[in-house]
Ligand binder design. Structure first.
Ligand SMILES: NC(=O)c1ccc[n+]([C@@H]2O[C@H](COP(=O)([O-])OP(=O)(O)OC[C@H]3O[C@@H](n4cnc5c(N)ncnc54)[C@H](OP(=O)(O)O)[C@@H]3O)[C@@H](O)[C@H]2O)c1
Length: 303
């Protein structure tokens, strides 16, 4: 019998695919969420238990770990792309990517759970150019220093039918006559959400992945401007992409940050683009070599 899995951050885009794969592999899944917005989902997924609460609350987290038990595992998918602007070290980034990881690691140790799978991001680095990358890097550092049986995943941008990246540019293309774009020459190596989810779930059954960190990427490198053109074509609205010089990109990001809601592109997002989001030259395609998964190209994404 396979073990129960606590899927922290499991209500989002990647979480949906990881949940489906966990069930396929025979696991039962517990998903905490701050807002149980669609309780009807609960009835449709008998092997998934949704629990409302904040994983930042230590007693709540300890209760969740007790339900999973020492033979179970924890997968942490919590991540955010935006902080409140104007903070020296983004408080929200620190809370989601560092403080929560520390609490998780302590709670797992106290509850006797050994196996921990951590979702980071390609480019995560305590010395990186953006708050996002630095906070993700700090989180990784805590995981590497822990005595748990950890595995870290570092994907490039993740695509899928319900992603927040290609779909964002598809929506913009359907509304705007041309697309002014900052960081147009930044490079990405988009990886399929189904590939990422399958690798994470297989890792639970592969003891030699313990203590390892895996950069995940698709088969092809794309410039951001080409990704945006692809998204626009896919939406049926081919658009001219207008690359912005650095100063105009900064101004655009500042304006986005002043608008209510999540900015389309923040200055911190722009800082992340200073480092190409691709596999280091000569590195292995670990999806294939370690996990035996064929890396799907972005072009496989159905319209
Ligand atoms: N999508 C990508 O292209 C990409 C690329 C590289 C790495 N990643 C990493 O993959 C992970 C999953 O990404 P995603 O695209 O699935 O994100 P998502 O759709 O935005 O989902 C984020 C999840 O994290 C939870 N969450 C957000 N902020 C939280 C906070 N402050 N405290 C506790 N829980 C919080 C949300 O739970 P609630 O139900 O409580 O709201 C949600 O389940 C993240 O760690 C992200 O950094 C993503």
């Amino acid at each position: 019998m396979t073990s129960p899995v606590l899927l922290v951050g499991g209500s989002g885009f990647v979480g949906r695919s990881v949940t489906a794969r966990l069930i396929e592999h025979g696991h039962t899944v517990i998903i905490p969420t701050r807002r149980l917005v669609r309780p009807e989902r609960v009835a449709r997924m008998p092997k998934v238990q949704w629990i409302q609460g904040s994983v930042h609350d230590a007693p709540f987290l300890a209760d969740l770990c007790r339900s999973v038990g020492p033979s179970g595992a924890v997968i942490n998918l919590v991540g955010i792309l935006h902080d409140r602007p104007g903070q020296p070290y983004g408080e929200k980034f620190k809370s989601a990517h560092v403080d929560l990881v520390r609490l998780l690691l302590e709670t797992l140790q106290a509850s006797g759970i050994r196996r921990y799978i951590h979702m980071s991001a390609l480019g995560a680095d305590p010395e990186g150019p953006s708050m996002y990358q630095r906070s993700k890097g700090e989180g990784e550092r805590l995981v590497r220093a822990s005595p748990l049986e950890w595995t870290i995943f570092r994907p490039s941008v993740i695509f899928g039918a319900r992603d927040n990246f290609i779909n964002l540019f598809s929506r913009l293309a359907s509304r705007l006559p041309l697309l002014p774009l900052a960081g147009a020459r930044a490079k990405f190596q988009p990886v399929s959400v189904e590939n990422v989810a399958e690798a994470m779930v297989r890792a639970l059954e592969m003891p030699h992945t313990i203590g390892q960190s895996y950069d995940l990427a698709g088969p092809n490198v794309w410039m951001l401007s080409d990704l945006v053109r692809f998204a626009a074509r896919r939406a049926g609205h081919p658009r001219l992409v207008l690359p912005l010089p650095a100063w105009a990109g900064m101004l655009q990001a500042l304006l986005f940050e002043l608008l209510p809601g999540q900015p389309l592109m923040s200055r911190d997002n722009l800082a992340s683009l200073r480092i190409d989001n691709v596999l280091p030259p000569g590195s292995d395609q670990v999806l294939d070599t370690v996990f035996g998964i064929f890396p799907e190209p972005l072009e496989s994404l159905a319209r």
